[in-house]
Design a protein around this ligand. Structure first.
Ligand code: SF4
Length: 688
């Protein structure tokens, strides 16, 4: 019996794993603080996903099996030669929130401290980059103020752009338990009537992209009703400007006035309110402003960092937060230090004995693949992610990868759309075959532990990265295992603490290998001075003057607007039983029984007008690509709107790649793409 962590979503549930003859038996860990024994359908089926079919078990160079020495020598030589010929910014790493923190740490150290570029970004850019930017603007650092216990203690939970019941099911179970125990009210703000909205006390079907307008209305009501917290606001800059901007924001919310008033009355009358937000907020060209519109309301009322109160971003991936801790985004350094700050760069560089520190932000995900497409990036290493399916304008991304001079992919399978384009394929250990840590949405760091042997030559990611670093001639990459990397990471976090940053786990910097093996989940910060808990109730922030910021924001519509040619607004998202591009969940037969093929939800009146039949096929076309999807008539979407899940790939449904439809329009601050507001046309398939 081994305690570990579920590798799917950002809830970070603890699991108890027992190897059995045909896989692994999985139970929820009753002692893990994230789930207290609960699991969802995906977590319960984890044991059925560990089979060996389709596994990559040896390094491949241009499809020919080779050994590790030959593959690693080739990767190191090609990266070294490319840098020598074209400079450090001609190479890039594209990482994943599926990676363990130790793996992430090594990739960032290599790229930012030794190669000398910050071209290291991650698929977490698609997940929570707008929250990182919004937190940083308001708090001075990317810090989640609250904890999961706040969901248990709230009297009102507002879910914005979050289908919590399907996408973070165990958190939803916690909210439902709070409702049963203390009568917690639930409000869902989402253009789509999701399954979560079905169960809510109030559903506000706002117009796509109208989140800023809605929270600005709330902020004005807070001000007009005298509900601002004067004592708390004495610690906040920008309140007057933010309220003035909210008053001037006259954009329509799309919500009936009486319904909006009910929400505002409820919010204003309920001190213990947690506002949970997720991809519907983040995946937008105004995602950062949406985040700050939400934070403004909590800062104005001092409802933050106290039991049952606060804004709460829930991350999509199991280790999106861990990636943020080590600087896994192209605009971050490590331990929440700033790449642009020379003092921070010097401190980290000295700690690493870095030979060539990056001194400016690198390319963010969408721009990184554009650079691969136009020849600026000439060597690219993609780890545990499938950008040929998941990035916007996915057809162009696929062409960019295919045209890049040298592409390395490390993954557990060589059968993804992206892996098929690689020059070098490196066999990676899967989640149950490797050890390290992950950090969930409420800053709890948990161990992921190896329970079964990796097949063939498969190895952990940190090992591959360290081997390449050593072969490129760099020192400081000779760890004995993940515990040694964790100790280095924890020690570096103490430096962040000295700069007044929030991320500090230096209390764990001297942990032994044996201690790391048995390390229980803990929430950061974990230093001599502070352990776990909430932030900002004391009015102390991470800005230079230690004061918080309300940010003046006004509404902007999505980048693409419906037209005669593309009349429908397409929202993309997840379904209950699949994860990302299904490389793992597709292996569990019971998960495929839920919703088994790519589909599009259309309003019945729109379907009638478009001439598409229920359960027939439709060709969905945007300016960037097309997909053939099953038509589902649904009153969950409004007139002029549509919804399609993003899971299917060239491997599982070659014509069902929904992100091929999505434009690469970006939030100007966070670089996060607008994955929920494409415009499309829909026609019967085959054409009549
Ligand atoms: Fe895994 Fe997320 Fe389900 Fe928990 S809620 S079992 S972390 S998929």
């Amino acid at each position: 019996m081994t305690r570990s962590t579920c590798p799917y979503c950002g809830v970070g549930c603890g699991v108890i794993l027992t190897p059995v003859a045909n896989g692994i038996r999985v139970k929820g860990d009753p002692e893990h603080p994230a789930n207290l024994g609960r699991l969802c359908s995906k977590g319960t089926a984890l044991g059925e996903t560990v089979g060996l079919s389709g596994r990559l078990t040896a390094p491949l160079v241009k499809g020919v099996e080779t050994d590790w020495d030959a593959a690693l020598d080739l990767v190191a030589a090609r990266f070294r030669d490319t840098i020598a010929g074209h400079g450090p910014d001609s190479v890039a790493f594209y990482l994943s929130g599926q990676m363990l923190t130790e793996d992430y740490y090594v990739a960032n150290k290599l790229m930012k401290g030794f190669i000398g570029s910050a071209n290291v970004d991650t698929n977490s850019r698609l997940c929570m980059a707008s929250t990182v930017a919004g937190h940083t603007r308001a708090f001075g650092a990317d810090t989640v103020p609250g904890t999961y216990e706040d969901l248990d203690q709230a009297d009102l939970v507002v879910l914005v752009g979050s289908n919590l019941a399907w996408c973070h099911p165990v958190l939803w179970q916690r909210v439902e338990a709070a409702r049963a125990a203390r009568g917690t009210k639930i409000v869902v703000i989402d253009p789509r009537r999701s399954v979560t909205a079905d169960a809510a006390d109030l559903h506000l079907p706002l117009s796509p992209g109208a989140d800023v307008a809605l929270f600005n209305r709330l902020l004005v009501a807070i001000a007009d009703r005298g509900l601002t917290d004067a004592a708390y606001l004495a610690r906040i800059e920008g309140a007057d400007a933010a309220i003035a901007a909210a008053r001037a924001d006259l954009a329509e919310t799309g919500v009936a006035p009486a319904l909006l008033d009910r929400f505002i009355d409820l919010w204003c009358a309920t001190p213990r309110v947690v506002t949970v937000f997720s991809q519907g907020v983040n995946q937008s060209t105004s995602g950062t402003d949406k985040v700050n519109a939400i934070l403004n309301c909590h800062l104005a009322t001092g409802r933050i960092g106290r039991p049952g109160m606060g804004p709460f971003s829930v991350t999509g991936q199991p280790n999106a937060m861990g990636g943020r801790e080590v600087g896994g985004l192209a605009n971050q350094l490590a331990c929440h230090l700033a790449l642009e700050n020379p003092d921070h760069r010097q401190a980290v560089g000295r700690f690493w004995n870095a030979t060539r520190m990056a001194d400016r932000p690198g390319l963010k995900a969408v721009d990184l693949f554009r650079a691969a497409g136009d020849g600026r990036i000439k060597a690219l290493w993609i780890i545990h992610t499938n950008p040929a399916v998941t990035l916007p304008e996915a057809d162009a991304v696929r062409a960019a990868i295919a045209g890049c001079d040298f592409v390395v992919v490390s993954d557990v399978t060589g059968a993804t759309d992206t892996a098929r384009l690689a020059h070098v394929l490196l066999p990676a250990a899967a989640w149950a075959e490797k050890s390290g840590t992950v950090t969930n949405s409420d800053r709890t760091i948990s161990r992921q532990r190896q329970v079964i042997a990796a097949p063939g030559q498969a190895r952990p990611d940190w090992w591959m990265l360290a081997q390449v670093a050593r072969r490129m001639g760099f020192s400081g990459f000779d760890w004995s295992g993940p515990a040694a990397i964790f100790r280095e990471h924890a020690a570096l976090s103490g430096i962040a603490g000295r700069f007044g940053r929030d991320f500090d786990i230096s209390g764990k910097a001297r942990i032994s290998d044996a201690g790391y093996d048995v390390m229980d989940p803990f929430r950061w910060p974990f230093s001599a001075h502070r352990q776990g808990g909430r932030f900002f109730a004391d009015g102390q922030f991470f800005t230079p003057d230690r004061r918080g910021r309300m940010v003046a924001v006004t509404s902007r519509p999505p980048a693409a607007m419906p037209s005669e040619k593309r009349p429908l607004r397409l929202n993309t998202g997840r379904i209950r039983d699949q994860w990302h591009t299904m490389t793992r969940t597709n292996r569990a037969a019971r998960l495929n029984r839920h919703l088994g093929e790519p589909f599009i939800d259309l309003h019945p009146a729109d379907a009638l007008q478009l001439g598409v039949a229920p359960f027939g096929l439709a060709e969905v076309t945007s300016d960037h690509g097309s997909a053939i999807l099953r038509v589902v008539l649904s009153d969950r979407v409004g007139r002029g709107q549509a919804f399609a899940p993003m899971h299917w790939s060239g491997e599982t449904a070659p014509t069902g790649r929904v992100d091929a439809l999505v434009p690469g329009a970006l939030d100007p601050i966070s670089g996060q793409p607008e994955l929920k507001a494409a415009t499309v046309s829909v026609a019967p398939f085959p054409a009549r």
